[in-house]
Design a protein around this ligand. Sequence first.
Ligand code: C2O
Ligand code: CU
Length: 518
Amino acid sequence: MELRSTRRNYLKRGLVGAAGLALPLGALSGPIARIVSAESVESPRVERFSVPLPIPPVLEPVRTDDTTDYYELTQQEGTAEILPGLETSVWGYNGIFPGPTIEAQRGRPVVIRQRNELPVPVSTHLHGGMTPPESDGYPTDLILPIDGGSLSTYHEHASGPAWSFHRGSKEYTYPNEQRGTTLWYHDHRMDFTGPQVYKGLAGFYIIRDEIEDDLSLPDDEKDVPLMITDRTFKEDGSLFYPSLDPSLTGQPGVLPTFSNGMRGDTILVNGAPWPSMEVSNTRYRFRLLNASNARIYDLALDPSPPDGRSFVQVGSDGGLLEASLAHETIRISPAERFDVIVDFSHYPVGTQVTMKNMRGDGRTADILRFEIVREERDESTIPATLAPPQEFPDPEAAVATRRFQFLAGILGGMSTINMQTFDPARIDARPRLDSTELWEFSADPTHPIHMHLVHYKVISRDGGPPGPYDAGWKDTVFVPSGTVRVVAKFAGYRGKYVFHCHNLEHEDRMMMANFEVV
Ligand code: C2O
Ligand code: CU
């Protein structure tokens, strides 16, 4: 019960102790005392590149009609053999991690019934989706456990019109009126997104469209989604996460040493540790997604091809670029996607090419390995023009400029936007429907910043031009110390949406705010 009472203090944002901690550690009892001593957990060793790369299964609709595809997903506990020879319990969509991939077609709506058989509330967000507010997975629009207690069992402070709940299941409608691109769906429960995504609640959602279908980019088994995450495991194979309350029903948050993010020592791609993939000496398309809670990667190939064009980027968060863009390395912060072509014809058959993380050290310096095992004729091309010229919103047409400063570790250890912590009832910006605005994000130290509903265009960094990873439409932008300006048009739907830091531990420590399209 002590936990419940400190919870109340925690919510009186800013009223927490001057010691810089979000909670008085002296008040912690049993389970927390145990994790305090587990801060230095090291995962069991795994032989790298020994597990084949898994591809998440594509979900079949339960029903389709003239206009719409209907799906059902059950969020439930499952068991996975992630580390060879050990069992890991995960929370997954249909019990698997990553969840099944949803394949959608532009212009054809998808309806997903989400059933919650987990012991905690959930909310499911389609990241990058242009989604009506009631289907956006708002953090306090919860699906309660199918056979659990009331809202206050899980969120003691939940009250007022900013909170709503559904018992056991909820239907989400995705219009798919947006460009073809790689989206992902993941948990977004108030205060507990970090641990719930970490336990496995994340999957791909791919929208295809005619523009893309008409290109001859690598497809079928050469169009490969890669979900990169990092996790730490305990000796018995279970996941280690530094929750203050591992039941995820009381005190939210993590141990103070992890308040800048949980970074694991084991890199998983599509849920497998440092996997390996056999390829032919042809082009492959990789849909890179960083679904890690907090880790940023600098991806590179080793050896890199002679011309240095390791990754030819064809798409960003919001779909195809107008023209491809070559990178020797790609920096990818949490929630970003890069759609890239890797051309293995640069290498002789028999070569092993490792995707490295130049920001990592030791085990986290490796991601996965490609083994070029056969020759094959390549039918694919990378056309000079990928997509018609985009109608990016015009900065000149902006009717407002808003500035948001993302600061972590103040107000007693909280993460803030403009010195305020998240309050689901407070609206921080009211853009008009169909209006264009400039939003300026400044960050200290570094934050990946995500807006729901809109895709935006990065127009400057620290007053200079956008960076090499800012091309195309973005919904998440990495802001290292400094300032990034984006231009967005608030089209689609009226209603309340969040924007936030996608370092999930920052998000859970309240680095989130509301905008309402009016
Ligand atoms: Cu990927 Cu608000 O989230
Ligand atoms: Cu952050």
